[in-house]
Design a protein around this ligand. Structure first.
Ligand code: C2E
Ligand code: CA
Ligand code: CA
Ligand code: CA
Length: 280
């Protein structure tokens, strides 16, 4: 019995055990958070680089934990995906974000073409009733499909492969706009990209980050912008933090940017204030 116990000790090391417990705790907390509505949606502006106007917002979920404070989505979204809880959270975020844009339209704070981008995880993308759910959200919030933009990561698209094009096409048929998120990190084949009914490539922050260092550090950014434009898509640079990055992106003809240089993600009140005081 002693030898067995010793062997077990090697298999379940205390650090692993600790990690498993934390995950379990996080899952329990997430279930409670859904019941108690501890989630909030923040909005980060997407800016047209030549005119400096706000062209839309990305909805980013925040979790206000009763004891831990704000928990980063980078921490809880993966757990929510693994446990399937993402479908509840995602549905709620989409509903909330669509409703918010509709309110801004009614208050004449936002002009007609301003878009609301909502993230869709792989798991959500695989829901059999995804289309129904989106139709229902648009109907209930009375938002036009043209104002909704869905962000799907490049890796999610590659993972789902075959069925993806059909779903994207159904969304496109409804005039919902589509973005490929974190572009450049997921090894898309270019021929595949050509067949996807997508409007926008979002260039991952990891590519934008080094471009202000020196002239050799542009890396793949010019190529990605060229690919986007030659396929009739627009390009959004993610994580724009400095004036130098902005200047480089402008010379590269990148159409849109998002990042702390323009604004951090804001709660709905501050986002409305920003809308009221900015050109669109
Ligand atoms: P993402 O979709 O790539 O979102 C962009 C992330 O970059 C956000 O982090 C945003 O706050 C951050 N960011 C924006 N500008 C800058 C900048 O200039 N510098 C830096 N360093 N960061 C910047 P956040 O809000 O923590 O979200 C992290 C990830 O969690 C998102 O990455 C997305 O994958 C996921 N996520 C957030 N909200 C949702 C949601 O409602 N549904 C789903 N499925 N995923 C979500
Ligand atoms: Ca995104
Ligand atoms: Ca992204
Ligand atoms: Ca990301």
């Amino acid at each position: 019995a002693k030898a067995f116990g010793k062997a077990r000790y090697h298999v379940f090391n205390p650090a692993m055990h600790q990690e498993a417990l934390q995950l379990l705790q996080l899952e329990t907390d997430l279930r409670r958070a859904i019941e108690r509505q501890e989630f909030v949606v923040y909005y980060q502006p997407i800016v047209s680089l030549c005119e400096g106007k706000i062209s839309g917002f990305e909805a980013l979920v925040r979790w206000q934990h009763p004891t831990r404070g704000f928990v980063s989505p980078a921490e809880f979204i993966p757990v929510a995906e693994e446990t399937g809880l993402i479908t509840f959270i995602g549905t709620w975020v989409m509903r909330e974000a669509c409703q918010q844009l509709r309110i801004w339209q009614e208050e004449k704070l936002s002009q007609e073409s301003l878009t609301m981008s909502v993230n869709l995880s792989v798991r959500e993308f695989s829901q059999p009733n995804l289309i129904e759910l989106i139709d229902d959200t648009l109907k209930k919030t009375q938002l036009s499909p043209q104002n909704l933009k869905l962000e799907i990561t490049e890796s999610a698209i590659m993972e789902k492969d075959g069925s993806v094009t059909a779903i994207l096409q159904q969304l496109r048929n409804r005039q919902i706009q589509l973005s490929i998120d974190d572009f450049g990190t997921g090894y898309s084949s270019l021929s595949y990209l050509n067949r996807l009914p997508v409007d926008t490539l979002k260039i991952d922050r990891s590519f934008i980050n080094p471009i202000d260092k020196n002239s050799e550090s542009l890396g793949l950014v010019p190529a990605i912008i060229t690919i986007a434009h030659s396929l009739g898509m627009s390009a959004i640079a993610e994580g724009v933090e400095t004036q130098q990055q902005l200047a480089k992106l402008r010379t590269l003809n990148c159409g849109f940017g998002q990042g702390y240089l323009f604004s951090k993600p804001l709660g709905s009140k501050l986002a409305a204030d920003l809308l009221a005081s900015s050109p669109q």
